[in-house]
Write a protein that binds this ligand. Structure first.
Ligand code: SF4
Length: 213
């Protein structure tokens, strides 16, 4: 990688990690997916159950089969048909697992995590319920501040997620949010974690690559 690009990311990541730590989060840097997966497996050692929120990033680490091979009960609703009683039950169980794994739509250099979603199981799981939470974030999701985080939700995360779900929402054509009233709207809740939640240990793993949206 170009040395100046490398130096730029180092400044951004260092500042973000400091801000997260100042806000009570456990912030860690991982140079590779393997390193991140290893940290998750270590953290899960004393956990019987693990919930996986709606996250491409964490799944891209290959962590679901690894946890299953390690004998953990993994609640992964992406394996089930959306809206069925089994799928909704799986989402509920995520919120009471020993460990919850997720990503975030944006991470600010001022130390906040920002998410927007439709159902709420992901933001519930990362806030209260599971005593331990790991949030895996590719460096591409780091933005300067909360305004930029909302901008990222509206110009990147929302439209791409809508496209991935084959939704007939205006953003899949415009490429940015139209604050739609479509019945297929995916953006129903905006959640900002300003500080570590009172009763939850939250680790933010910053991955040194572009991953997820
Ligand atoms: S509110 Fe509607 S238009 Fe905006 S990103 Fe969400 S689904 Fe797309």
């Amino acid at each position: 990688m170009d040395e100046f690009v490398r130096a730029h990311w180092q400044i951004v990541i260092d500042a973000t990690m400091k801000a997260l730590k100042d806000h009570g989060f456990d912030a860690r840097f991982c140079s590779t997916r393997e390193e991140a997966a290893q940290f998750i497996l270590e953290t899960a050692k004393d956990c019987a159950s693990v919930g996986i929120g709606g996250t491409h990033t964490a799944r891209a680490l290959g962590i679901v089969p690894m946890l299953e091979s390690a004998g953990k009960t993994v609640y992964d609703h992406w394996k089930l048909k959306v809206g069925t009683p089994e799928e909704l039950d799986c989402r509920r169980k995520q919120m009471l697992a020993d460990l919850f794994i997720s990503s975030a739509n944006a991470l600010t250099m001022t130390g906040e995590l920002v998410n927007r979603e439709g159902a709420g199981n992901r933001i519930n799981g990362m806030t209260f319920g599971p005593p331990k939470v790991i949030i895996v974030v590719g460096r591409n999701k780091i933005v300067p501040d909360l305004d930029a985080a909302i901008g990222r939700l509206e110009s990147v995360a929302g439209p791409i997620r809508a496209m991935s779900l084959n939704r007939k929402t205006p953003c899949v054509k415009t490429g940015y949010c139209m604050d739609c009233d479509s019945p297929e709207r995916i953006c129903r809740i905006t959640h900002i974690m300003h500080r570590k939640p009172a009763f939850t240990h939250v680790t933010v793993l910053i991955l040194d690559e572009e991953i997820g949206y």
